[in-house]
Design a protein around this ligand. Structure first.
Ligand code: NAP
Length: 244
């Protein structure tokens, strides 16, 4: 039996209308997983759904920053072998301009949504106890920050703290909890950063990644390891995908 095989594993992927979530969904389906994808944007979600190999997949449009959205998703979910939490927003703002709304905006989508969804998955017994896997997308920026990223980085640091405690809590059930912390990857989030800064900033980012900017597939392939039985002894970690 190939420990990397995802045949018949049922996996939830949030933020699947986005660059990384979409790539993870596509690669996981190639390895035989049955995927539930969720996001807010129906067009983008439908596009991703159309790329999934195999059958038995599902798609749920939901705003996970609201209780209604999370309830709707939970109601439609089968029992899962794993979940990837890839929702997030990227806001670049110097601290002197921060207001309460900025804190709320960043934490609601990037922290509250995955944390409260996790709580509901557990409370509603949506995870198969034996060897299921929860994977959260953090960011290398909690170790190597960028100017203007204080809220984004605070969210990811909070998420990593949460996952370390959760890993301990779920170890008796053999449920694994890990983070991956990518550097900049090509896609909408990088485009937004480029729009909010300038060409020079992007060049500086590239210079800090000797292997270059990542591709969403590079992140997806790492996620597959965490979703598969090959990682059955790995929990409470955060792996930096830093392009060197
Ligand atoms: N791209 C990078 O370079 C990079 C590097 C390090 C870490 N990350 C992290 O990786 C994750 C995914 O990034 P990405 O590049 O795929 O970003 P993206 O393309 O902007 O996708 C973000 C996803 O989050 C979803 N989302 C945001 N708010 C939501 C809400 N309230 N309810 C439901 N879904 C919501 C979006 O859904 P809709 O579009 O449907 O609204 C979209 O699917 C993020 O957590 C990001 O911080 C990205």
């Amino acid at each position: 039996m190939n420990p990397f095989n995802l045949s018949d594993k049922r996996i939830l992927i949030t933020g699947a209308s986005g660059g990384l979530g979409g790539a993870i969904a596509k690669e996981a389906a190639k390895l035989g997983a049955k995927i539930v994808i969720t996001g807010r944007n129906i067009e983008k979600l439908t596009d991703v759904f159309g790329t999934l190999d195999g059958d038995g997949h599902a798609m749920v449009v939901a705003d996970l920053s609201t209780k209604e959205g999370r309830d709707k998703l939970i109601k439609e979910l089968p029992t899962l072998h794993g979940a990837v939490f890839s929702t997030g927003i990227s806001q670049i703002k110097p601290v002197r301009f921060l207001e309460q709304d900025d804190i709320d905006l960043n934490f609601t989508a990037g922290f509250n949504a995955p944390v409260l969804l996790t709580a509901q998955l557990l409370a509603k017994k949506k995870l198969i106890s034996k060897e299921s896997s929860l994977l959260y997308i953090s960011s290398i920026s909690i170790k190597y920050p960028f100017v203007g990223g204080s809220m984004y980085i605070a969210v990811k640091a909070a998420l990593e703290g949460f996952t370390r405690a959760l890993a301990l809590e779920l170890a008796p059930k053999k449920i694994r909890v890990n983070c991956i912390a990518p550097a900049f990857v090509k896609g909408p989030m990088l485009d937004q950063t480029q729009a909010a800064t300038n060409e020079e900033t992007i060049k500086q980012i590239e210079a800090r990644q000797p292997l270059g900017l990542g591709d969403p597939t590079d992140v997806a392939n790492t996620a597959l390891f965490y979703l598969s039985d090959a990682s059955r002894w790995v929990s409470g970690t955060s792996l930096i995908l830093g392009g060197g």
